[in-house]
Design a protein around this ligand. Sequence first.
Ligand code: GUN
Length: 283
Amino acid sequence: MTARILDGNALAQRLRADFKTRAEALAARGTRPGLAVILVGEDPASQVYVRNKVNACAQAGFHSVRIGYPADVDPQLVFARLAELNADPAIHGILVQLPLPKHFDSDAVLKAIAPAKDVDGFHAENVGALMQGHPRFIPCTPYGVMKFLADAGVDPRGKEAVVLGRSNIVGKPMAMLLLQASATVTVCHSQTRDLAFHTRRADILVAALGKARFVTADMVKPGAVVVDVGINRLPDGKLCGDVDYAAVSEVASAITPVPGGVGPMTITMLLANTLEAAERELR
Ligand code: GUN
């Protein structure tokens, strides 16, 4: 079997064309969707992510501001800026790029974002809303994965779904969304005994553990749908996912590549959430 390749760039392009039209409709009513992105420190990967987010906003006709701080900034300055952004009518979405430097209390920072502008969906109130089944903002990466599945015609209902990784950003919300879509969900992590036992049972396998080419062909059930959330840099500088793409493609029925899979969809869903926040304000 050679897996169908789920093309994140193509799906992202289709969705973003729709967002642009919706942004134009808002602009005609005097509102431009606005996103503020805060980056503390100079982590190279975070800098790339933030640049991509700001560029995606520009391409979709959104307003965006990038606010940078040195790694040793006094957290009070960031809290003060968040309070300003919370009150700024030109800003509909606020995102603080994670991870933050160690002297920050990340939970406190995320809680300082107005829940109605929390386009990452990381505020405790929004996490709770997702858990209760009436999400206000769905975290962008798992949201993108669900869009991928829907676009590929994969209905999670009744399927065995296995999520590798239990982070607040991907693993936990991913499991919750698959559960709400009526899958039977297993979450595996670094302390899971016999991980391959679980992965081999998966009709839908989502890898988000941050280990290059960790998922090998023998860990995958023939015909499974494999979604690779990982972005790892190999010693030769090339990017690769958490899945051994070449080998697993021979076993799976559908697979997302890295790059060009989940990555472009994550930013696309950030645009979706920002647009939604702006539209809600006019309702
Ligand atoms: N760091 C890695 N992924 C994300 C994300 O989706 N949002 C934020 N704010 N930081 C991240």
